[in-house]
Design a protein around this ligand. Structure first.
Ligand SMILES: Cc1cc2nc3c(=O)[nH]c(=O)nc-3n(C[C@H](O)[C@H](O)[C@H](O)COP(=O)(O)O)c2cc1C
Ligand SMILES: Nc1ncnc2c1ncn2[C@@H]1O[C@H](COP(=O)(O)OP(=O)(O)O)[C@@H](O)[C@H]1O
Length: 257
């Protein structure tokens, strides 16, 4: 149950992200249980949780940061999506990157390559890779009592279509709160909307924006725009990961792609 009382309007120190942040995760957007849009009105793009293995001490909870999507129009199997760039201008002067590490999504072994292989995922159009602020949940969604851990990213941008299978880079910069169970769906929604406000507000501070003013933030941006890991990733690879993640997870209501 969530403790009562007002929420802190900001997360993380004014001086910028502190270790263990930034934490970097990557993966294609996979299906979840379909509740985010339908039940909560807050869609969350899930990525495979295996990247978390590199962070055994990371608490479950609600985090915030930036996410980049490889231009969905470059994917042959995805419908065109809104590609407006919503980059935030930021300075990250006090950020140390020395403790950061990156965990790369690895496609299932022996994937069958098909004509759906990303033809040009090696960041061929950097200007069309969009960066957005985001808020995310890492954990078991106690309100829904999931059985396996998931990474669920709500991108703070309005899209006009889904972007399943799209390669996504996630730069986590800070922790907002632990996961809670709730007395009602409405109170869960209310808290998530507050998380969105906290994330937006927190990322607008000088040391949290990305506007290329410091070496640290240039590195953040370069990493966010680097999709070399998605070279050769096929839709079939993504389906295999989805089956693995959804197969034994949650309450059995997982949706099939
Ligand atoms: C910012 C944010 C905060 C969240 N906080 C909680 C939480 O405290 N407790 C919880 O059970 N689920 C929490 N969730 C997870 C939602 O319940 C989850 O996104 C929803 O079940 C959709 O899941 P799906 O993608 O599998 O459909 C949070 C999600 C987001 C994006
Ligand atoms: N602002 C957004 N943030 C995250 N995902 C979004 C957003 N807008 C559209 N989507 C799409 O919605 C999907 C998530 O919807 P959701 O109902 O949570 O289903 P699922 O349980 O399959 O994740 C994402 O995978 C993505 O394709």
């Amino acid at each position: 149950m969530r403790p009562g009382g007002p929420r802190d309007p900001y997360a993380g120190p004014e001086s910028g992200p502190e270790p263990p942040f930034p934490i970097k995760l990557q993966g294609p957007v996979i299906k979840g249980f379909g509740r985010g849009s339908k039940e909560l009105g807050i869609p969350t793009a899930n990525i495979p949780p295996e990247g978390l293995n590199a962070y055994p001490d990371l608490s479950t909870g609600i985090y915030f940061g930036y996410t980049a999507l490889l231009n969905p129009e470059s994917l042959p199997f995805n419908p065109p999506s809104n590609t407006n760039t919503d980059s935030q201008s930021t300075s990250t002067s006090n950020t140390s990157l020395s403790n950061s590490s990156s965990t790369t999504f690895s496609a299932p072994s022996n994937p069958t390559k098909t004509s759906t292989t990303h033809p040009s995922a090696h960041n061929p159009h950097p200007s069309t890779t969009s960066i957005y602020p985001c808020v995310l949940s890492i954990g078991y969604n106690p309100f829904y009592a999931n059985k396996t851990r998931s990474i669920e990213i709500h991108v703070l941008h309005k899209f006009h279509s889904d972007f399943y299978d799209t390669p996504l880079n996630l730069l986590m910069l800070g922790f907002i709160r632990p996961e809670f169970d709730y007395v009602s769906k409405e109170s869960l929604i209310e808290d998530i909307l507050t998380d969105c406000d906290v994330a937006r507000r927190s990322l607008q501070r000088d040391a949290w924006r990305i506007d290329g003013k410091t070496e640290a933030e240039k590195e953040w941006e370069a990493w966010l725009r680097d999709f070399k890991w998605a070279d050769g990733l096929s839709r079939q690879d993504v389906k295999q990961v989805e089956e693995k993640v959804l197969g034994g997870a949650g309450d059995g209501t997982g949706v099939e792609g």
